[in-house]
Write a new protein. Sequence first.
Lengths: 258, 278
Amino acid sequence: MNKDVVIEVRNLSVSRSGSLVIKDANFDVMKGDYFGIVGPNGGGKTTLLLSILGQIPRMSGSIRLFSKDIEDFDEWEKVAFVPQDAINFDANFPLSVRELVSLGRLGRNPIGRRLKKRDWEEVDAALEFMGLSEVADKRIGELSGGQKQRMFVAMALVRDPEVIILDEPVAGIDAITQEKFYQKMSDLNQRRGITIMMVSHDLSAVFCRMSKVICVNKEVNVAEIRPDVDIEGVLRKAYGEHFHFVFHRHECKGEFKA
Amino acid sequence: MTSFTYPSISLMELLGYQFFQNAILGGIMAGFACAWIGLFLVLRKEAMIVDGVAHTAFGGVALGLLMGVDPLITALGISTVSVFGMSYMKRKGLAESDSAIALILAIGFSTGLIIISVAGGFSVDLFSYLFGSILTISRSDLLMILILGIVIVAFLMLLHRELLAITFDERSARMMGVPVNAISAMFNLIVAITITLSIKIIGIILVVALIVIPALTALQLRVSFSKTVASTIIIGLVSVVAGIIISSFYNVAASGIIVFTMVLIYLATAALVRVKSR
């Protein structure tokens, strides 16, 4: 098997509450991919992610992470996940930003080990990379929505992961902050070589910045984002034939992959 | 009409008495352990488990008195069974958290009442467990309190980061590789130990105050987690030590004074925080 395959999904079907949510999905996520996941609400995007993460059982098919069947996979420190509802925490919870981000080191260290100087250096480096150094000592409930999202990415980063999976990280955040967030994720992908899978409803951002896209609406269609690929055809399979997609490719400012 | 008598003894003289040394040592250990555990219970929104388990422990105390064994040992056994029972009912969806607490509390307390009546009625000893009797704890009580306290503090020092991660977001902690089930089970056991440890100090009725109020007070300060832990412990220790000293001077029930001191600190903190935020 190609060792550059980070996630291999074959003939995956998943049902929830008795109804089929994912039907016969097949795709590979390669090392260094910047993978967008799009599709209508209720189409099964989150279900797909949770099944890849082993959080919900599958009906049939196989999932392999880093060349290991998910049942045998035990290197979860390589995989970081930022869930959709991460920012909806109790705003009164007594944690500083730095303290929360430091919890990300738990998976990397043996149980009960105290944090060492190197751990705190990693925490401070992640905070700096995500532009949160100035709010490091603030309580987590005092941050804005965009800062909270970046805080959870920083928490993921201190695990030193090889892949980061994000479920709608910019939902409810203003357009400028969204753009900055996508820029940070591009930096992570390009400069650090971290594989990224991200659910997003922002089709422009997906097609401007990402290398591959998965369209999910029970059926899962994968496409590389290249000029010779009929992206609109792939999208219609997920959103329906009556939808028309207008891409302002000139707005990608030279970062459009196609 | 009852009137307070002015103390005719100094603090230094009190420190020379063994009963006072026992009380201070036991109180410090209980105050320290209860406050720290209490912060996690409050953040997990499980504060009322303490009240449920403490009342269930009444059954254990009654059983111990009936059988002629140390009531704290039987109370520890019953507390452990009850805290795991509540946790099981909640996990399996057999009852909501508050309903599970009410049910287990009712079973434990009613069993205790039956045992007491079969044994021939209430005794002075039983009252000391209901309302606490820190000023009469023996060397053997103190030894048991210190051993249990060291177990609690060792658990918290070793696993407090993992416990914090579970308390903040159990699902994320699980995904980071934290053994959530094992640590939660250990935490349940530690809660039972903490409650048992506190029964002699503050009594079954008021143990919930010793565990919950310092955390509620510290949380008003809106500071980081490490500072919240430190504040919670300081508030717990100050209240317990002040309560023991005041009750020794004025011959007033120690548990009442300890809780009253905690409530005063809580109210003063609430007032200061409000004034400061204006």
